[in-house]
Design a protein around this ligand. Structure first.
Ligand code: SF4
Ligand code: SF4
Length: 431
């Protein structure tokens, strides 16, 4: 794609990077066929190619974001399916991240929307606030009909529907500490505690710790780590995202002094962001090197488990499991086979639904900010999953699990919970 940035604009390294991304796009349009919003809405401006043109025009013209650009960029799920499809290697993720930061700086959103976005940005990454908010949401659920009539009512109703009916008790698997392996120590890893997952489903990290300990791997949950920053990053709140990233980098860098083979992540949405810390902090002299080191050793748990010798299966498996590939895992991290291979090794009959490349509509805060598109994607995904007649649905991302659970009675569990169960752990709570 031809671009016309001025030399003054290109003196800004971020603009230069975006210009280089734009130049790799050859407008072939292959990406449109696999973009969930284009598949649903059929509007070129809701396709990757259309958004790329809008972003080019906005950045090249040095213009503030317009309502039209914001509408179509906001509808993007950041699912990155377009990056998997693109034959020219267009780095859409970095381009849309730049566009979102530009929107945040130059566009005045309506007051009610600003309030909603800022509230989400404050509550979701903060575990205590999240716990309080889910209690309030639970109490507010009977008033969902009234809420729907208020400004931002559709979004409020979506949030109330997403709130769990009860939160599990706090768990030692979500507090700083160390978990010794069974027998000889063969490795040492840090496990991300993060934010919402620790409150919604601590059983996931409990299962991961048991599984890793059984493999002979010591697991440490370093003091000071927390939200990875992805939620605010996807809202364009760059300064806040970098602050979260730096806190985690400091915690893990300190822990590296005791030896760390890897930083493991059980929420693939967080994994994609942590693997990008090196890029996000590339201009920061105090953090660039440390961030690149952290990104280099960050791994999805399935990626790490696949490198270990399989554990003996200690119970009868054979249940049919439809594996739901989270976008952040299959597109963001290009991890496609490891979770399925591990489940098969453990004796499960693994199935895959049609249109596995399409997002389920969860996408961080997307299901709260774009509830209509999100609900259509969820129904489409669940229809495809139901056609495989699974006994269990497995996924590697709490966002997808929460999203899908709203529309199906089939149990949804994390991949590591099934692996732990098969090799001696307790039956997952969701089953
Ligand atoms: S597939 Fe890649 S090169 Fe083709 S239009 Fe989409 S982003 Fe551009
Ligand atoms: S990230 Fe997903 S929703 Fe956004 S343009 Fe790419 S394929 Fe479409």
């Amino acid at each position: 794609m031809q671009t016309n940035f001025s030399l003054a604009q290109l003196a800004d390294p971020h603009m230069k990077e975006s210009e280089q991304i734009l130049r790799t796009c050859v407008h072939c349009g292959f990406c449109t066929a696999t973009c969930p919003t284009y598949v649903l809405l059929g509007d070129e401006l809701d396709s990757p190619r259309g958004r790329i043109y809008l972003i080019k025009d906005m950045l090249e013209g040095g213009k503030p974001a317009t309502a039209e650009v914001v509408k179509h960029v906001d509808r993007c799920l950041s699912c990155l399916s377009c990056m998997t499809t693109c034959p020219s290697g267009v780095h859409y993720m970095h381009l849309v991240d730049h566009a979102r930061a530009h929107i945040e700086k130059t566009y005045e959103r309506p007051a009610s929307e600003k309030l909603l976005r800022n509230t989400l940005a404050k509550i979701l990454p903060n575990r205590k606030a999240f716990r309080w908010a889910t209690t309030l949401a639970r109490l507010g659920r009977p008033f969902a009909g009234i809420a729907a009539k208020l400004p931002e009512g559709g979004r409020l109703a979506a949030m109330l529907a997403l709130a769990p009916s009860a939160l599990p008790a706090p768990s030692s698997a979500t507090q700083p500490g160390s978990f010794a392996p069974k027998g000889e120590r063969k490795g040492r890893v840090a496990l991300l505690t993060g934010c919402a997952q620790a409150e919604l489903a601590p059983g996931i990290n409990e299962a991961a710790i048991r599984l890793l300990n059984r493999h002979g791997v010591e697991v440490v949950l370093p003091k000071g780590e927390g939200c990875c920053g992805a939620l605010v990053h996807h809202m364009g709140q760059e300064a806040s995202a970098l602050a979260y990233a730096k806190a985690n980098i400091d915690a893990w860098t300190a822990e590296m002094a005791n030896g760390l083979d890897a930083i493991l992540i059980t929420t693939s949405g967080c994994g994609t962001t942590i693997k990008d810390y090196g890029f996000m902090l590339r201009d920061d002299p105090a953090y660039a090197r440390k961030a690149a080191t952290i990104s280099a050793i960050a791994k999805d748990i399935s990626e790490y488990l696949e490198t270990l010798p399989p554990l003996p299966v200690t119970r009868e498996t054979g249940q049919s499991v439809t594996y739901h590939a989270a976008c952040s895992l299959q597109h963001g991290q290009q991890i496609k086979t490891a979770p399925k291979n591990l489940l098969k090794q453990a004796g499960f009959v693994v199935k895959e639904a049609a249109e596995a490349h399409l997002c389920c509509g969860s996408a961080g805060t997307y299901n709260m900010l774009q509830p209509e598109i999100s609900a259509r994607l969820r129904e489409r995904k669940l229809g495809n999953i139901a056609a495989t007649k699974p006994e269990i649905i497995a996924a590697g991302n709490i966002g997808c699990m929460t999203q899908l659970a709203q529309g199906t009675a089939t149990p949804i569990v994390h991949t590591v919970e099934l692996l732990d169960w098969a090799t001696g752990g307790p039956r997952p709570k969701g089953l």
